[in-house]
Each structure stands twice: as C-alpha cells, then as structure tokens.
Write a protein that binds this ligand. Structure first.
Ligand SMILES: Cc1cc2nc3c(=O)[nH]c(=O)nc-3n(C[C@H](O)[C@H](O)[C@H](O)COP(=O)(O)OP(=O)(O)OC[C@H]3O[C@@H](n4cnc5c(N)ncnc54)[C@H](O)[C@@H]3O)c2cc1C
Length: 499
C-alpha cells in the first residue's frame, strides 16, 4: 500500500518534457498543500530533437489548463496531420504512403457498415491508399499555411484531428515556466546518489552535488531521460529489449531549412539504406535525423549517406539507444516516466504520447484510490504499462514488414521474427481488414495508441494487408453500401487524377 495522504515531499528528477508534464500532473493531484520540486541538471541537457506528438497531446494540454494557441506561440509548434512514408517499399521518392490522423468511421453516418470502414475497404481493394478518404490530404499536398489549416479545422471540427510538431527544448522551457508559475519549485542541481531505506527499499532522499543535506523524498518521479537514475542505476530492474524484432539503435539529428514556403503538415519518414530519416517541421526550420542500425552502418557512413541525400549538414550528435522498456516502472515510492522508463524508436512518434498516457493513468489511479493505493493496483498499473509497450512494438514492427530488399538492412529487418501477437493478427488480415475487436489485447493497457484504421493505413502502405482482404470484406456487405463506396472511389480517382 502507498499512502499519498501522508506525503509532503514530491520530487521529479529531470526537467525534460516528461519531468515537467509529470510535475503538472502532481500539481493537479495535490495542489499547493505539498512541496513539488523538479530537479534538473545544469550539466545534462534534455534530449531535445525536433519532435512530434500524437493525438493525445491536445487532450493533455487541456488537462493541464494550457491553451493550444499559447503553446504554439511559446514553443514554435506547427500543426501535424499525420505521417508520410517515402521509399519504404522500393527506395524510390515516388513510393509514398500515408498514415494520417483521422476521425474513426462510424455506423451512424454510414461510413462503418458491419464493422467495415466501407470507403477505406473500397480503396484498399483497388490498390489505393486510404489517405484519399481524408480532408487532410489536399491541405498537405497544397502546402497549406497554418492559418488556412486552422480555418479548415474550425469548419470540420473532429473530422480534421490534429496534433503538433514542436521543438522539445522550447516545450521543456515553456512547461517549466507554467509549472513554476503555479508553485512547482525548480532546483538546478545534479543528483549523484539516492538514499534508500534498508527496510522497504523506498527512496528517502536525493544526494546532490555540492550539498551536504539530501533533498527529502516521499514520492519520486524519475524523469532523468537516458541517465535512467532509478530503474537502471539504482534498482537494476530488468529491461525488456525488442532487438529480436527491431534493429535501430542510433540516431544522428540535424536541422534543415524548410524546403517549401509553409511547414509541411506531416512528419516525413524517408527510408534510407539502413533505416529512415525523420523530417519534423517547426516554425523556423525542419528538425531531421537519421535513425539506423549500427550493425549495418557506421556513424561515418550514416553521415555520408545523409549528406549524399540532403547536402552538407552540421550533425548535432549521435544518440545511442536500445529498443525496449523496463519491466516495472513503478516500484515502491518511485515511478519512472519518459525515456527513463523505456524507448523504442521515433517512428510514429509514440514516446511522448506513451508518457502522457502513463502520467494520466497514474493521476487517475491515485485520485480514484482516494490517495491510498493498494499494491495490487500498482502491480496492475505495471502490467498495463507493459501492454502499452507491446502495442507500440507491434505497430512499429508492422512498418518494417515491407517489400524492400535492396540493402542488407532491409533484407535483415524484414526477415526478423515477428512478435507473436502481431503475427497472429497479420494472419487474419490476409483474409479481412483489421477490426476494433482485434486490438482488444492492446486495449488492456493504459491507453490505446492506434485504432484499426491506423493499422489499415500502414498495412495497406506496406503491403501487409492485401487488396483481397478488403475485397473479401466488401463481398459480405449490402450491395447499396458497396455501390455507394464505389461511387466514392470513382470521385476520388477523378479528383486526384488517379489511373
Ligand atoms: C532520436 C530521438 C527522436 C525522438 N523523436 C520523438 C518524436 O518524434 N516524438 C516523441 O513523442 N518522442 C520522440 N522522442 C522521445 C522524446 O525525446 C522524449 O520522450 C521526450 O523528449 C521526453 O524526454 P525525457 O523528459 O524523458 O528526457 P530528457 O529530455 O532527456 O530529460 C532528462 C532530464 O533529466 C535531467 N537529468 C538527468 N540526469 C540527471 C541527474 N543526475 N541529476 C539531475 N538531473 C538529471 C536532465 O538535466 C534533463 O532535464 C525521440 C527520442 C529520440 C532519442
């Protein structure tokens, strides 16, 4: 049992995006009756590469009373409508598929018939990408401005879901301003050691550089990024690695100017010889980076390949990581969030989304338990968190289930073992499109990242879901629904001048 009612000293170790969002959640839970301190090291910078959110970001801002317009202004953010994948099947620049944010098709307006998103099925059955169902596509293709996109969003409401691209350094700085303005204390210091009680393994204090007295701790949120001060360094919690299923372990970030007059409205993921290149626009530039497998490419070769593609760059640094997460993220009076709890890779921008989901569930659990949390709930929380990571792993893995075989990396990654959970679903999706019910195993987690339509978008693009699967679904639907969606497809072909 953990009795939050008697706690007075809440400490967040780390002042990156994860640490400041966690501090805001603590403040939401405990108000100003307790002390909440964020410790950030003046010597260890936040990871901060150009970053993108997913669809739970706007909800999180609302949860913490942050206006979207103010966030955009303060952080250099721009609207994001989804992801664009270039070259994943052939290596060519005209090989493009999209995973756009979209409103879920529903039975009420006839877009979902017998569990089948009927217009989507028609497109897939005819070998076309599902992006043509979305109002986002013309905005992306026409390089619409932010003002224009906001205007279309006001008119369409939930039919144009958006998230944001942002500069992580500016996000951390902005959240710091918000949280400290609401009474969260900032301590700029480097933690060197944790004091741990012998009797129960609880952290009681943090030893900081140049100070005799430890910072007292009743509850600690570890948001120390890749330093992983608690789960790894202190508690040696086993890590569940995904290297059996995913190969990336390096990234070289850099910046480019905008290639078009307006910031692109999607994250571009361009397939490279041993991985992919992200291109994430913010207001003044594009944050880029090559994510690759060090077993297939040295750092120098990676740099050469980048420069062969985009010209001379100034590489910021090389980031090393291992895809995976810690088994348990909440142990005793410590919970790790963000990179301190795990990381898979930047594909589909899941890291901040996962963190926000975890932090919100933590808040709901503590409040829902009337501030006295039984150990069984903490055990379940950890289990649900593992399920979230499994869902992300499987969705990311699907992106590498492509037709490309031209380099050693693409031959190796496509041949890796599929996680059993994904392999089972893939087998069904040879005969029919993904259904909401298929995703039930992932839904047992803290929050569902991707709906069936997201899996269809990527499955169609990668070729995992064949046209026959959609055709088989259409064959079971009422004739009038199929005719209507056929008309829709014909109008799409005319509008977008498709063959
Ligand atoms: C290559 C790459 C690309 C990514 N792209 C995306 C993306 O597109 N979308 C997305 O959602 N996520 C992305 N992520 C993940 C994202 O960067 C993180 O989830 C997010 O920035 C949160 O980081 P963090 O707060 O956990 O850690 P950090 O930002 O690294 O912050 C760590 C904090 O801990 C402090 N600290 C560390 N050690 C100590 C110590 N001993 N004493 C005191 N303070 C200490 C540091 O000073 C810092 O304040 C990416 C990550 C990488 C590596």
């Amino acid at each position: 049992m953990l009795n939050f009612r008697s706690m007075r000293h809440f400490v967040v170790l780390g002042g990156g995006t994860a640490g400041w969002f966690a501090a805001l959640e603590l403040q939401r839970l405990f108000g100003t009756q307790v002390s909440i301190t964020v410790i950030e090291s003046p010597r260890i910078n936040v990871i901060g590469v150009g970053e993108g959110g997913i669809l739970n970001l706007p909800g999180a801002l609302a949860r913490y009373g942050i206006q979207e317009a103010e966030f955009i202004e303060a952080t250099g953010a721009v609207l994001k409508l989804g992801f664009e994948y270039v070259g994943w099947n052939t290596g060519r620049d005209d090989d493009v598929f999209y995973h756009l944010f979209h409103a879920a098709p529903n039975a009420a307006d006839g877009s979902l018939v017998d569990g089948v998103p009927v217009d989507w099925a028609m497109l897939v059955a005819n070998g076309l990408g599902v992006q043509y169902t979305e109002s986002a596509l013309p905005l992306i293709q026409n390089n619409a401005s932010q003002t224009e996109t906001l205007g279309v969003r006001s008119a369409l409401g939930a039919r144009l879901p958006t998230s944001m691209h942002f500069d992580a350094h500016r996000v951390a700085a902005y959240l710091k301003r918000v949280a400290t303005g609401r009474g969260v204390r900032l301590l700029e210091a480097t933690v060197q050691q944790l004091d741990v009680a012998a009797e129960n393994g609880y952290v009681t204090g943090l030893r900081i550089e140049g100070n005799e007295q430890p910072v007292p701790v009743d509850f600690l949120i570890d948001a120390s990024g890749f330093a992983r001060m608690t789960l790894d360094r202190q508690f040696h919690v086993p890590m569940r690695t995904f290297s059996e299923h995913l190969l990336h372990d390096r990234a070289i970030p850099f910046y480019l100017p905008h290639p078009r007059p307006q910031p692109h409205l999607v994250t571009r993921a361009v397939a490279m010889n041993a991985g992919w290149l992200w291109q994430i626009p913010v207001q003044e530039r594009v944050g880029c980076g090559y994510v690759y497998s060090s077993a297939h490419l040295s750092d120098d070769e990676a740099l050469q390949e980048i420069e062969a593609r985009v010209g001379k760059i100034e590489a910021v640094r090389t980031i090393r990581f291992q895809a995976g997460h810690f088994d348990d993220v909440w142990i005793g009076n410590v919970m790790a969030v963000g990179l301190a709890s795990g990381f898979i890779e930047p594909l589909e921008a899941t890291s901040i989304g996962q963190m926000l989901g975890q932090v919100q569930t933590f808040g709901e659990l503590v409040a829902g338990s009337a501030y006295i949390v039984p150990q069984t709930s903490i055990t379940t929380f950890n289990e649900r968190n593992r399920i979230d990571w499994m869902g992300i792993r499987d969705f990311v893995r699907m992106h590498y289930d492509v037709r490309r075989r031209d380099t050693a990396f693409w031959r190796d990654v496509t041949a890796l073992t599929l996680p059993e959970t994904y392999a089972t679903l893939k087998a069904c999706w040879q005969h029919r499109l993904p259904r909401t019910a298929d995703l039930q195993p992932y839904r047992q987690g803290n929050f569902m990242h991707f709906e069936a339509t997201s899996w269809i978008s990527v499955g169609q693009g990668t070729g995992v879901i064949p046209p026959q699967a959609a055709a088989a679904d259409l064959a079971r639907l009422p004739r009038e629904s199929v005719l209507k969606s056929h008309q829709f497809m014909m109008s799409v072909k005319t509008r977008f001048a498709l063959a």
